[in-house]
Design a binder for this molecule. Structure first.
Ligand SMILES: Cc1cc2nc3c(=O)[nH]c(=O)nc-3n(C[C@H](O)[C@H](O)[C@H](O)COP(=O)(O)OP(=O)(O)OC[C@H]3O[C@@H](n4cnc5c(N)ncnc54)[C@H](O)[C@@H]3O)c2cc1C
Length: 408
């Protein structure tokens, strides 16, 4: 790649230093690939409780990616293991029960507040000599040319790189600027997210109740606390969000049930409108898309970031290998290898989560009966249950090295 006359020169420019772009930067910089990360938010803004109240279910495979990026030691003390999963359908007594012991001693995964991941990133990235973080900053102009990429920031600084990675989320200005289209549809559902403290311990059990308006999930956090993801018809959400805390809590308690005793709200509530979207291409000359910039899914199965971390593992492996071979990191063949590895896998997960949303978010009696019988049947088939568990844990498919827990 030709050297350019810029203020900063690196191998890879990553736009978006969030839950996917941040780990990618750590993985690359720890393995000989220099990176610059540009994010529109200052790191301290992204750590504030009002920024993102979500917690993420991190499956075993993607947890290994966070470990391989050197982030897990800072996250682990703030993560709660998931040792059992219970799935129920409305008031139906039939439910699906998963116990981690069926597959061995590892938990299925962990629930981590997004802030804890951001906090680990804000410590790890500055400690890596090959990583530069430029935030808050935004890209004013981006030129992708035969010899490399040149970005101009809003403060006038310029960055030269062999490759630009769009990790700038669902709205991805970098994807839009490259003219990559989206296939997208709305679910007419919005996820209300909040954290609650409860009287009784959750016992490391994650619960998901399928209600006609959408799934209601209770995800264990450290201590007697849980993260709630309450999916509701979008039209009803402004009214629910406008309620005072007591009325909101009372309405939530009806769905939550009494099994964990009394509830108190911790911190603010957040509302996320839900849609499915996927980019029509994962790469363009000197550009690769990762995470939500490439694919956005319904949180019913808690897989969005998990799939993003699979993207990280695959792209990091491809780029680190190319660097060791002395190849141009923006080379079309290098990028094509990444796209082929990830596109089909992500489309499969998008299809599965979409089917789950459609199957469970309705109250038509024959559909309800069929899915309840289906849940009960799967519950009695240990072989099929194990297969589902291994999929949800991110242990199936052509796994990149980081997902297998191996060094790059
Ligand atoms: C309610 C809910 C619950 C979820 N639960 C789970 C779960 O349990 N498990 C799971 O795996 N996934 C879950 N997800 C999905 C998960 O949150 C996303 O997949 C994940 O956040 C994607 O990360 P990302 O880094 O690609 O994008 P984002 O998290 O959107 O980060 C994008 C980053 O880019 C920056 N940025 C944006 N625009 C610009 C710009 N123009 N210039 C510079 N920087 C920019 C932003 O500041 C941000 O830091 C959930 C989603 C929702 C809505």
């Amino acid at each position: 790649m030709a050297m350019m006359d810029t203020d900063l020169q690196c191998d890879v420019l990553i736009v978006g230093g969030g839950l996917v772009g941040g780990p990618l930067a750590c993985a690359l910089a720890a393995h000989g690939v220099s990176v610059a990360v540009v994010d529109r938010e200052a790191p301290e803004t992204a750590l504030a409780p009002a920024f993102d109240g979500r917690a993420s279910a991190v499956a075993l495979g993607p947890q290994r990616v966070l470990a391989g990026c050197g982030l897990w030691p800072a996250i682990a003390p703030l993560a709660a293991p998931i040792r059992e999963i219970r799935v129920s359908d409305g008031a139906s007594p039939l439910f699906l029960h998963y116990d981690h012991r069926v597959l061995g001693s590892d938990p299925f995964g962990w629930i981590v507040e997004n802030r804890a991941i951001r906090q680990a990133l804000s410590r790890r990235l500055p400690a890596l000599p090959l990583a530069r973080v430029l935030a808050p900053a935004s890209i004013q102009a981006l030129r992708r040319e035969a010899g490399g990429v040149v970005a101009t920031l809003n403060d006038g600084r310029s960055i030269g790189a062999a490759l630009v990675v769009a990790a700038d989320g669902r709205g991805s200005p970098v994807r839009a600027g490259a003219g990559i289209g989206l296939t997208k549809w709305e679910y007419g559902q919005t996820a209300i997210v909040c954290t609650v403290a409860h009287e009784k311990p959750h016992g490391d059990v994650a619960q998901e109740h399928f209600l006609p308006s959408g799934p209601f999930a209770i995800l264990p956090l450290p201590g007697n606390r849980s993260s709630v993801v309450w999916t509701e018809k979008s039209a009803l959400v402004p009214g629910i969000m406008a309620q005072d805390d007591a009325a909101f809590l009372a309405e939530m308690h009806e769905r939550f049930g009494d099994f964990l005793g009394g509830l108190t709200l911790e911190g603010p509530r957040f509302a996320y409108p839900l849609s499915l979207q996927f980019a029509k291409a994962y790469t363009a000359p000197r550009l690769a898309l990762v995470g939500d910039a490439a694919h956005g899914m319904h949180p019913v199965a808690g897989q969005g970031m998990n799939m993003g971390l699979r993207d990280v593992a695959a792209l990091a492996e491809v780029l680190v290998q190319a660097k060791r071979l002395g190849l141009d990191l923006g080379n079309a063949a290098v990028l094509e290898r990444y796209a082929r590895w990830r596109r089909f896998d992500n489309l499969l997960m998008l299809g599965l989560t979409d089917a789950m949303v459609r199957l469970f978010s309705n109250d038509i009696a024959p559909v309800r009966l069929a899915r309840d019988l289906g849940l009960a049947a799967v519950n009695r088939m240990p072989g099929l249950k194990k297969t589902f568990m291994r999929h949800a844990m991110g242990l199936v498919g052509e796994l990149p090295r980081l997902m297998r827990g191996e060094a790059l």
